[in-house]
Every structure is written in structure tokens, then in C-alpha cells.
Design a protein around this ligand. Structure first.
Ligand SMILES: [Zn+2]
Ligand SMILES: [Zn+2]
Length: 360
């Protein structure tokens, strides 16, 4: 495959400023592959990288390409790589742990103790190292997964979000088959939690939110009940009714709002599980005494760890996880500003906005 010397890439030029630049196409080193990027999704994480700056991120102004939800074709393999071949269709996960710290050795590579330390081998694509809003991207093979037949590049980029949902249930260590699962917050991760819970056999999935358009998408993704709090509907009353007054087995906070964790504690059954998936923007208030008194298990997750991306791909390939309703908009890389504006302002009910770097 012919690889050009330079490529178009979206760099973070300064705090809050994304700029298209022409830059050299990188060459893969040992255990790396070069990917021709076909699709890269815009995510809330990109906004934080652009506007706030996250730990381990290159300082604002240093050349740095953002974008972490991408898929494409392997066009070059570095020395020693026989796990992939030129022409493979692949999708990436964000985190490549250092492979040498306690957490990485134990499989918790999304919480790598050398987070952001490139010299020690850590990489988080589009967060601490160059990402996928570019025509080409370099990846370590540990963060690359082959796309099964029948799944498009656009569908594949949803797998980071779906992998995050599966990791939430994985980290909880419990059962979902037959369970009553409540998801608070119908953002992309919340919607993936709904679809994943159904795929894993949850009996009742309840989605709680305030925006009708998003709740309707949740219904398409398999939610059995939707609760619209802005219309005065009460999730606690519904869950009590569904569970004989006991409460839900699993409650996920995918809202990250000031009172959402407290809501979760009102919904869970004694000794049930609450998983915090959203990032809280500020310190929040929740009556943790309720959790202690009722032996409620509290869990947190970061990212799509412990190989949950390939698991999500498997569910998708089996036809058990259909996330197509999330794919609402697409733009060529030259229109990345419109792509971000559409995502950020939720223009035309945008959920997942995909950038296609090979489209001219
Ligand atoms: Zn993301
Ligand atoms: Zn590590």
C-alpha cells in the first residue's frame, strides 16, 4: 500500500483551539502498526482534552493530535509484528498500559501507575499520545483489535463506549442475567449500558433521564422502561413496583450530576451494586450512610479496561449489540469544526458524530 509522506491531522494548537495541519506520517516501531484512519468519533472526552487539559496530556501548544475512538486499515507493520497484517480492518481502544507496573501486570491497565509516561511505554491514544483525527495513526498492537466481518468502521468506533459499559459490569463482578438494571443518564455511555445490560440478559432495564429524544433512543436500544424526570415521573416508585418494593439489583450513574449518585442510592436494593461510570465535574453530595446501612457495593471504573473492547465487538458481531441508533452524523476531516459544533451543541439531536479522514 502506498503511504504518503505527509498527512492532514487535527492538532490541539492552543487551549480550546483545534487546527488542521499537514504533518509527517509516522513510521511504526517494534510492536506498532500504522493505521489508515477511516472513522473517528467525537466524544465528550475530546472536549475535556481541548478545553481543560487532562493529566498526562502534552502541554497546550505542543504538537498533539486528538481523537480516541477510531477505526481503519493496517497499512504498515513495525518490526516483530505478526499479530496483524497489512489490509486488516481494525479498531483501537484508548489505553495501552506500560506493561510493567503493578496494575498493568494485574490487568488493570486503564489505571496504569505510569499513566502519561511515554518513556515507560504508557499510551492513551488521543489523550496522552497522538490520536485518530488524522489520515494515519500509529498504535501499539496491545490497543488494536481486528473488526469482525459485517461490522462497518462507523459501527466499530462505538466499541470504546460499549467496552466501557461492559467494563462497568465486569468490575462489579456480578450477574446481569435476570437482574433489574437501572441506568441514570442517557448519554452515549448510558445508552451503551442499556444495550449491554439487555445483551447480557437483564430482565428489566430502566433508563432515567430528562431529554425525551435521548430516552427514545434508549428505548430503541432495548430499555424496557423509560423515566422522564422532567415530566415529573418518579424512578423510585417505578423500580419499587417492578421489584416488589426491594429495589434494583444494579444501578449505574452515567449522569455524573450533582444529585445523581444520591438518586442511585435510592434505587438500589440492599446489598445491590452501584457503579459510577460518569466523571463528576465537581464534588457531589450523596447520603453514603444509606449505602453503608444497607451493605450496598459501590464501584467505579475508568475507561474500557480488561479486554472488554473485544468482548463488545463479539456481542456486536453476534447481533446481540446493535448500537446503530447512536450514529447520527458524519463529516470529512476538513469539517472537523462543524463536527465538534454538531456534537457539542447537540444540533439536530446529535449523539455520535463521526469524522471520516479519507473523505475529501
Ligand atoms: Zn470517548
Ligand atoms: Zn502500567
Amino acid at each position: 500500500m502506498k503511504i504518503p509522506e505527509t498527512m492532514l491531522a487535527a492538532n490541539l494548537a492552543a487551549k480550546g483551539v483545534i487546527k488542521l495541519v499537514e504533518k509527517p506520517v509516522p513510521t511504526p516501531g517494534p510492536a506498532e502498526v500504522l493505521i489508515r484512519v477511516e472513522a473517528c468519533g467525537v466524544c465528550g472526552g475530546d472536549l475535556k482534552v481541548r478545553d481543560i487539559g487532562l493529566p498526562g496530556q502534552p502541554p497546550f501548544g505542543e504538537p498533539f493530535t486528538i481523537g480516541h475512538e477510531y477505526a481503519g486499515v493496517v497499512v504498515q507493520c513495525g518490526p516483530t509484528v505478526d499479530e496483524f497484517a497489512v489490509g486488516d480492518r481494525v479498531v483501537v481502544e484508548v489505553h495501552k498500559g506500560c506493561g510493567r507496573c503493578h496494575n498493568c501486570i494485574m490487568g488493570e491497565y486503564t489505571a496504569c501507575l505510569n499513566f502519561g509516561n511515554k518513556e515507560k511505554g504508557h499510551r492513551a491514544n488521543g489523550f496522552t499520545s497522538d490520536g485518530g483525527f488524522a489520515e494515519y495513526a500509529l498504535n501499539h498492537i496491545n490497543s488494536v483489535v481486528k473488526i469482525p466481518e459485517g461490522i462497518s468502521f462507523d459501527q466499530a468506533i462505538l466499541i470504546t463506549t460499549a467496552g466501557t459499559a461492559l467494563y462497568a459490569f465486569d468490575q462489579m463482578g456480578g450477574y446481569i442475567a435476570g437482574d433489574t438494571v437501572v441506568v441514570v443518564g442517557p448519554g452515549p455511555i448510558g445508552l451503551c449500558l442499556v444495550a449491554a445490560a439487555k445483551a447480557l440478559g437483564a430482565e428489566n432495564v430502566v433508563l432515567v433521564g430528562t431529554r425525551k429524544s435521548r430516552l427514545d433512543v434508549g428505548k430503541q436500544l432495548g430499555a424496557d422502561y423509560i423515566v422522564n424526570c422532567s415530566e415529573g415521573e418518579d424512578p423510585v416508585a417505578l423500580v419499587k413496583e417492578l421489584t416488589g418494593g426491594v429495589g434494583a439489583d444494579v444501578v449505574c450513574d452515567a449522569a455524573g450530576a450533582a444529585t445523581s449518585l444520591d438518586t442511585c442510592l435510592n434505587l438500589v436494593r440492599p446489598a445491590g451494586d452501584v457503579v459510577m461510570v460518569a466523571m463528576y465535574k465537581k464534588p457531589i453530595t450523596a447520603d453514603l450512610g444509606k449505602a453503608v446501612k444497607h451493605n450496598v457495593q459501590l464501584h467505579t471504573i475508568r475507561g474500557e479496561g480488561r479486554l472488554n473492547v473485544p468482548r463488545a465487538l463479539s456481542l456486536m458481531a453476534q447481533g446481540k449489540l446493535n448500537l446503530d441508533p447512536l450514529l447520527t452524523h458524519s463529516f470529512p476531516l476538513s469539517q472537523i469544526d462543524q463536527a465538534f459544533a454538531t456534537f457539542e451543541q447537540r444540533i439536530d439531536n446529535a449523539i455520535k458524530v463521526v469524522v471520516h479522514p479519507q473523505e475529501k
